[in-house]
Design a protein around this ligand. Structure first.
Ligand code: TYM
Length: 321
């Protein structure tokens, strides 16, 4: 068994990319490991500047994770800000993190390159993420490809500290799935809440179908054979398909004479089937918010116990105690 940890930002509702890249791993890994999964509300503060919206997103994301199969009996689910030890550890780590290391991180770099204003929270974002990971002696961090750089930064920060103050932190490894590390959105770019190209996990069939129909396709005539590899509609179809179904669909692409509408319909049907149970479960959970709050409170208590131990270890190592 191994200590597994990951977080998701409550910046809106989780989408197919979050699920197939990360959440699905949380659920698989909760079986034989010690899982710590949290809603990263402190990180979300760098983008969500509306108190009511943030509170709502935290509850919605918790409901979504529980509905998708995260089991509080097997793993610890909590809200990041309810573990103040992490913020304290973050400060310790900030001292000793070279500016250059953070200047190379993509979220900050992208804003700078576009000439958009960035704040110190966004700049230090990867250090808070390092604190998240190190505070629980995490060994494995299941994420999508876009978070791998942050885990490299975390290892770098931990190594520097260990080198200066003696062995204190466990070095984590990323866990990334080959076939869904970077799920495309409706426009073929990486699916992301900030690109307005997401497909939702929950919602009415009608609304989700409408969004699936919006997936962009090329305008080549139907009769032309097409190469499925690299086609984002095919990639989205593949998320739900068995090996046989994928090959069957690939053969249709290569044979020509089929319509993209047909593929979209297949994607819609497969996704409805795939998430049907979770959607039902979510409706149940919505009627039972007391239970959800209790899960989060228990989770925070358990998480704090672990984080307090690691914080104290780090404090002693660097002379704060
Ligand atoms: P966030 O909230 O952007 O995304 C949550 C998880 O979903 C993955 N993901 C994707 N995977 C595949 N394809 C996509 N299109 C896609 N979009 C998102 C992300 O890689 C992530 O695993 N900084 C983190 C939150 C965080 C965290 C942590 C993660 C805070 N502290 C500590 C791990 C460990 C973030 O913004 O994820």
């Amino acid at each position: 068994p191994c200590r597994v940890l990951s977080g998701i930002q409550p910046t809106g509702r989780p989408h197919w990319g979050n699920y197939f890249g990360a959440i699905r791993q949380y659920i698989d890994l909760q079986e034989n490991n010690q899982g710590f999964y949290f809603i990263a509300d402190l990180h979300a503060l760098t983008t969500v500047r509306d108190a009511e919206a943030l509170r709502q997103h935290v509850i919605d994301t918790s409901l979504d994770l529980l509905a998708l199969g995260l089991d509080p009996k097997k793993a610890t689910l909590f809200v990041q800000s309810q573990v103040p030890e992490v913020s304290e550890l973050c400060w310790i780590l900030l001292s000793g993190t070279p500016m250059g290391l953070l200047q190379r991180c993509v979220a900050y770099k992208e804003k700078m390159d576009k000439g958009l204003p960035a704040d110190a929270g966004l700049f230090s974002y990867p250090v808070l993420q390092a604190a998240d990971i190190l505070a629980y002696d995490s060994q494995l961090v299941p994420v999508g490809a876009d978070q791998v750089q942050h885990i490299e930064v975390c290892r770098d920060i931990a190594q520097r500290f260990n080198h200066q103050f003696g062995d204190t932190f466990v070095l984590p490894n990323a866990s990334v799935l080959d076939d869904s590390a970077k799920v495309p959105g409706t426009d073929g770019e990486k699916m992301s809440k900030s690109y307005d190209n997401t497909l939702p996990l929950f919602g009415t069939t009608k609304k989700i179908r409408k969004q699936i129909m919006r997936i962009t396709t090329d305008s080549r005539p139907m009769e032309d054979p097409k190469e499925p590899e690299g086609d984002h509609l095919y990639q989205l179809f593949s998320l739900f398909a068995s090996e046989d179904q994928k090959q069957e669909m690939a053969a249709k692409y290569r044979g020509g004479g089929f319509g993209y509408g047909e593929v979209k319909k297949a994607v819609a049907e497969a996704s409805e089937e795939h998430f049907a149970k979770a959607r039902e479960k979510r409706l149940e959970l919505e009627q039972n918010l007391d239970y959800v709050h209790q899960v989060l409170a228990d989770g925070a208590t358990r998480a704090r116990e672990v984080a307090a131990g690691v914080l104290s270890r780090a404090q002693k190592a660097c002379g704060l105690r």
